[in-house]
Design a protein around this ligand. Structure first.
Ligand SMILES: *[C@@H]1O[C@H](CO)[C@@H](O)[C@H](O)[C@H]1NC(C)=O
Ligand SMILES: *[C@@H]1O[C@H](CO)[C@@H](O)[C@H](O)[C@H]1NC(C)=O
Ligand SMILES: *[C@@H]1O[C@H](CO)[C@@H](O)[C@H](O)[C@H]1NC(C)=O
Ligand SMILES: *[C@@H]1O[C@H](CO)[C@@H](O)[C@H](O)[C@H]1NC(C)=O
Ligand SMILES: *[C@@H]1O[C@H](CO)[C@@H](O)[C@H](O)[C@H]1NC(C)=O
Ligand SMILES: *[C@@H]1O[C@H](CO)[C@@H](O)[C@H](O)[C@H]1NC(C)=O
Ligand SMILES: [Zn+2]
Length: 639
């Protein structure tokens, strides 16, 4: 959990202030400014600790009381930030060092805390808590009275079932439960967030979120990257579409159209790893799925975290401290407590308390998530001695990338075999393609989703998408980028975006898209530092302290410099660049192109298409296969 998210709440100023222009009589004494910054730092650690602690209590035990306490703590932290902002604005920064200016400005631009009217801020803070509680406690029920949590119940149905109707039930019930009911709240949230953005000198909240990247053209930058990557996605999409066609048939899949959204093994069709068994190029080669081994060997969540920790320390990085092991929530509690299951990593700002909260399931997906969350904690620990305003990622995408970079090494079959998580490996081209397919189903499948989530919200915040088009525009983007359609018609009564955590939880998303690109740049650079010369997808930086040092030198800088500097320090380049990702997947790209051509499958989804209604399915509408079977028997009798 990032400070910029939970902390974006505050009590208002009674007085109006001019934000960006320091007062004419501004204090131009830098020594005084530095003394102020020291005082800020001491107090911020105390104030933020209280806020994070209350938020942790609520997140690990959702009750009305804990929600109220968390809202109160959040408002107190905002009041603190607002008071400090007022004082920071009293300085005339002319002639100050870059460092002093940078720190002062980070205390001046404080997100929602800058909202002027107290009632607006209180309303927003409560709205956020209400939306998060609805999402985290939602449990749709069947007619027999059985109710299903998202984690683990619905997640398991989505990943394990191949029954079109059952999948549809889980997909639709979750959206009815937490999507549609959030619609009114969300519309109000948008208004209030825009008020906050304007108090930070930005035209709307999308622009405010983008401002964290400190570049003018984030939209063009990300669009360019997506354009470079979309052919990979479209090739994978066409390949997977045929595999799904073989399972579900022509009633549900058009080989030249988009695919129903609920059959990808994932509630949001954002990772397709659960389709690996259908998609594996060479099924007779040893498996690359570690889930069965984790179960067979009796892995517990704790042991999975220990394996991850060992990888970090093998690079010479900082081990998780005793507080982490004592206080983290690594499993879903079974004492009846409601918790926010969505995995997150926590910095308590007191330089020693760092935690993870995760409802860990014994699966490959969760093993990867563990490394992801540990990456956040590693970043927190590396920059813990910096002034509080610098305890952030170089940009939010950097924070998301750290653990994933390590996962790229951990996931290689050779590494998994060496730590006993794969029973056998084989080292040839076919085995390579199996492995790359598993990576592609996790990484390439995600790219359009990672890209469109904030395309969607940027347009809502800037007014391009009015409330009357919330559903229409969501599905337009889902079709345009992901090539997927809802299994049944959606209307403006629905609000499917709120069925994804980051929408009700107010967490920006473009960071994940950026992370998925730059993690391959980082991997490339660390592999070179580790002296690895083979193909990128075979590189494992395990035990390379050279790679670890290169990484930690960047992590230690936090956000004290702009991200192009941090990027340059690690990769030698100042730009985001998809070349490393493409080169990692090159053998698979070649394979997918050839397979699609062989099958006559054309990437893309030019034909508009409405799949058969899942509520009736084959019982009402005979499937194509059934018609052919009937025809066959009729013909067989005649001739
Ligand atoms: C800030 O200080 C500089 C140098 O002392 C002065 O020229 C400038 O007018 C001041 N700016 C404001 C906005 O007070
Ligand atoms: C600048 O501020 C410091 C700390 O308050 C003070 O000791 C010093 O005298 C001030 N310098 C000037 C020129 O006012
Ligand atoms: C959860 O919070 C409530 C207060 O709302 C408290 O009474 C209860 O003991 C807490 N449960 C746990 C397990 O901490
Ligand atoms: C708000 O902050 C001011 C200092 O800026 C402090 O005096 C006041 O006690 C704070 N109020 C609350 C409710 O925390
Ligand atoms: C962690 O828990 C153990 C056992 O309860 C305790 O002895 C130890 O003091 C705790 N360590 C910290 C740093 O809280
Ligand atoms: C991207 O990186 C590659 C090397 O990894 C380099 O050859 C290429 O010029 C870069 N492209 C851009 C646009 O920076
Ligand atoms: Zn994360």
């Amino acid at each position: 959990m990032k400070r910029s998210n939970w902390l974006s709440l505050a009590v208002s100023l009674a007085t109006l202030m001019t934000m960006s222009t320091p007062s004419v009589m501004g204090n131009n004494n830098e020594t005084a400014a530095i003394m102020f910054l020291d005082e800020y730092n001491e107090q911020a650690m105390v104030e933020y600790y209280k806020d994070v602690a209350a938020s942790w209590t609520y997140n690990t035990n959702i009750t009305d009381y804990n929600q109220e306490q968390s809202v109160a703590a959040s408002l107190a932290a905002s009041n603190f930030e607002n008071g400090m902002r007022t004082r920071a604005l009293e300085f005339n920064q002319t002639g100050f060092s870059e460092n002093t200016k940078r720190l002062l400005n980070k205390i001046i631009y404080i997100g929602d805390a800058a909202i002027e009217r107290q009632e607006d801020l209180v309303e927003l803070t409560n709205l956020l808590a209400q939306m998060e509680t609805r999402y985290s406690t939602g449990k749709p029920c069947k007619e027999d009275g059985t109710c299903y949590s998202l984690e683990p119940d619905l997640t398991r149905i989505m990943s394990e079932s191949r029954d079109y109707q059952e999948l549809y039930w889980a997909w639709d019930a979750w959206r009815d439960e937490v999507g549609a009911p959030a619609r009114q709240d969300y519309a109000r949230y948008v208004e209030l967030k825009n008020i906050g953005a304007q108090a930070n000198d930005q035209p709307d909240n999308g622009a405010y979120w983008r401002s964290w990247y400190e570049v003018d053209n984030l939209e063009e930058m990300t669009e360019e990257l997506y354009t470079q990557l979309s052919p990979l996605y479209n090739n994978l999409h066409a390949y997977v579409r045929r595999k799904l066609y073989e399972v579900y048939g022509g009633d549900y899949i058009n080989l030249r159209g988009p695919i129903p959204a609920h059959i990808f093994g994932n509630m949001w069709a954002q990772s397709w790893l659960q389709l690996l068994d259908l998609c594996i190029p060479y099924p007779n080669k040893p498996s690359v799925d570690i889930t069965p081994v984790l179960i067979e060997k009796g892995y517990t969540p704790l042991r999975m975290f220990e394996v991850s920790d060992e990888f970090f320390t093998s690079l010479g990085l900082i081990a998780m401290p005793e507080e982490f092991w004592n206080e983290s929530m690594l499993e879903k509690p079974n004492d009846g407590r409601e918790v926010v299951c969505h995995a997150s990593a926590w910095d308590f700002y007191n330089q020693k308390d760092f935690r993870i909260k995760q409802c860990t399931d014994i699966t490959q997906t969760d093993f990867i998530t563990i490394h992801h969350e540990m990456g956040h904690v590693e970043y927190y620990m590396q920059y813990k001695d910096l002034p509080v305003p610098y305890r952030r990622g170089a940009n939010p995408g950097f924070h998301e990338a750290v653990g994933d970079v390590l996962s790229l090494s951990v996931s290689t079959p050779k590494h998994l075999h060496s730590i006993g998580l794969l029973n056998e490996v084989s080292n040839d081209e076919e085995a390579d393609l199996n492995f790359l397919m598993s990576m592609a189903l996790d990484k390439i499948s995600f790219l359009p989703f990672g890209y469109l989530m904030d395309q969607y919200r940027w347009r809502i915040f800037d007014g391009t998408t009015p409330e009357s088009k919330y559903t229409e525009d969501w599905w337009k983007l889902r079709l345009q980028y992901q090539g997927i359609i809802p299994p049944v018609t959606r209307t403006e009564e629905d609000f499917d975006p709120a069925a994804k955590f980051h929408i009700p939880a107010d967490v920006p998303y473009i960071r994940y898209f950026i992370s998925f690109v730059i993690q391959f740049q980082f991997h490339d650079a660390l592999c070179k530092a580790a002296g690895q010369t083979g193909p990128l997808h075979k590189c494992d930086i395990y035990r390379s302290t050279e790679a670890g040092t290169l990484l930690s030198n960047m992590l230690k800088k936090g956000s004290s410099e702009t991200w192009p500097n941090a990027m340059e320090a690690i990769t030698g380049s100042r730009t985001m660049n998809a070349t490393a990702l493409i080169s990692y997947f090159q053998p698979l790209i070649t394979y997918l192109e050839a397979e699609n051509e062989r099958n006559g499958d054309v990437p893309g989804w030019p034909e508009s298409y409405t799949p058969a209604d899942p509520n009736f399915g084959v019982t009402v509408q005979p499937s194509t296969a059934a018609i052919f079977l009937c025809l066959f028997f009729i013909l067989a009798r005649i001739f």
